[in-house]
Design a protein around this ligand. Structure first.
Ligand code: ADQ
Length: 457
């Protein structure tokens, strides 16, 4: 048991560390690099799961932040995480690009586990502390925390889209989820459209009349606003300038056939990311002769993700079948049109790929933000390369200089890829320069600071 109290507490599904052979290391990713320094500076605490079912780990200190593990059994992981979070809420919030599954036992587990997170945070938060809750796994936590600790300042940030009212209405126990979020003082979203959907829903389900970006609820004011998340620009720039990374990038280009145009996709293997649509479009471009296997090559890195969920296994099979078909039909000995890597890669390897790629393909059917698009731009200090970007990502709102496409429309996807391939180098440089200026000015530290400033007010 931890008897200390903290004036700043982060609550997220995962703790910001991964277990390795020699202890704990910080998890990769922008969120952790943005929040850890803030938590450290505030002598704060972080409540989350360590990522292994059944493991009972005592609270411990890591890099000046107190980590408070919440324990999940194998059944909790099955029902709360893989079930309600990733088979119900995830697909529904991504505008139903896969059919959400509804199960009573999952909802019960979701509520129980949310209660566990809320209790843990309520126990360690100091009087009047700021608590920042993250993401769709913990939608009920703000209200639970408010009930136990009305003295707290509670912020919530949703990393994924928030669906339109008609879709949200399909959710069993929808009012509870909405009330859960309304427990916060500030609810942050990636895009203004999501904040708008949330306010509309509050009007529809609870008759709350929005005034601008606020509603009155339970005698308090709740603010809903967009805070587009970003990346640790400094980290990516540093990697992109590193000699080993640059040498690796040159090696990759040589291996793939030095003068071939390199197209790149980097995603978790997830049906929201539009990987199938992208590969299909690439196949059609080969088929109609717009692209030839001699002149171009596609590298698709797909990180294994949620592989115990049936929809993800099925996606993997479909993608692998399509890659096999295209390589069989259009390939040559020693020259495959598609290099498909179902693997995780280090940050160094990813940045080497970004530096090597002429075209970055980011084509999700729906994505809260998409950090890969921003990482690619941040890596291109040479001001070369082109970004093909789905309109249905949060990033599209900030990057009008990308070649924007509708991934549901194969013709439009092909048009976007072809336009980027044919573009004048001076035009590409001008676009990249503008995108880089925007990203440099909007990094993840600014995001965190703006959210916390708004919460503090
Ligand atoms: P994700 O859906 O995971 O995040 P994304 O924003 O692209 O999607 O972030 C993925 C991160 O993982 C990137 O930093 C990327 O570099 C890294 N990554 C991807 N493939 C990798 C690989 N093969 N090896 C190593 N690292 C890899 C959710 C939401 C997004 C939102 C983020 C942050 O779905 O919309 O942008 O949270 O809020």
């Amino acid at each position: 048991m931890d008897s200390r109290r903290y004036s700043f507490v982060v609550v997220a599904n995962r703790l910001p560390v991964d277990r390795t052979d020699d202890g704990w290391t910080r998890s990769p990713g922008g969120l952790v690099s943005a929040l850890e320094p803030i938590a450290r500076g505030a002598h704060g605490a972080w409540v989350g799961w360590i990522g292994v079912p059944g493991d009972d780990v005592e609270p411990f200190e890591h890099d000046g932040v107190r980590l408070l593990p919440v324990q999940l059994s194998a059944e909790d992981v099955d029902r709360y995480y893989e079930g309600q979070s990733n088979s119900t809420i995830w697909p529904l919030f991504h505008h139903g690009v896969e059919t959400p599954v509804h199960r009573r036992a999952w909802r019960v587990a979701y509520e129980e586990v949310n209660r566990r997170f809320a209790d843990a945070a309520a126990r360690v938060a100091a009087e009047g502390a700021t608590v920042w809750v993250h993401d769709y796994q913990l939608l009920l936590v703000p209200a639970m925390l408010r009930e136990a600790r009305p003295d707290l300042r509670i912020g919530f940030f949703l990393h994924i889209p928030f669906p339109p009212v008609e879709l949200f209405m399909q959710l069993p126990r929808r009012v509870d989820l909405l009330r859960g979020l309304l427990g916060a003082d500030l609810v942050g979203f990636q895009q203004s459209l999501a904040a708008h959907n949330f306010l509309q829903l509050s009007a529809r389900l609870l008759g709350l009349q929005p005034e601008g970006e606020q509603v009155r609820y339970d005698g308090r004011t709740v603010t809903a606003r967009a805070f587009p998340i970003s990346i640790d620009v400094g980290e990516i720039e540093k990697l992109a300038a590193d000699h080993t990374v640059r040498a690796e990038s040159r090696r990759l280009r040589r291996e793939l056939g030095g003068d071939r145009t390199l197209l790149l996709g980097v995603d978790r293997l997830d049906y929201t990311k539009g990987i199938e649509q992208r590969i299909e479009a690439y196949g059609e471009l080969l088929d109609d002769g717009t692209i030839s296997n001699r002149e171009a090559v596609l590298v698709q890195v797909a990180t294994p993700s949620r592989m115990r969920v049936a929809q993800y296994q099925q996606l993997r099979e479909r993608v692998e079948r399509e890659v096999g078909r295209i390589n069989g039909e259009f390939g040559d000995v020693g020259k495959a049109p598609v290099h498909y890597l179902f693997q995780s890669r280090t940050r160094e390897e990813l940045v080497a790929l970004y530096l090597a790629a002429d075209l970055m393909l980011v084509t999700p059917l729906r994505d809260g933000m998409n950090l890969v698009a921003k990482e690619y731009v941040a890596a291109r200090s040479d001001e070369r390369g082109a970004l093909v970007l789905s309109e249905f990502t949060g990033a599209a709102e900030e990057l009008p200089d990308a070649f924007q496409v509708n991934p549901y429309d194969t013709d439009d996807l092909e048009r976007g890829i072809a336009a980027a391939l044919r573009a004048d180098p001076a035009d590409l440089t001008a676009r990249m320069r503008r995108m880089r200026a925007h990203i440099a000015d909007h990094d993840v530290n600014r995001w965190a600071q703006e959210f916390l400033d708004a919460l503090g007010r």
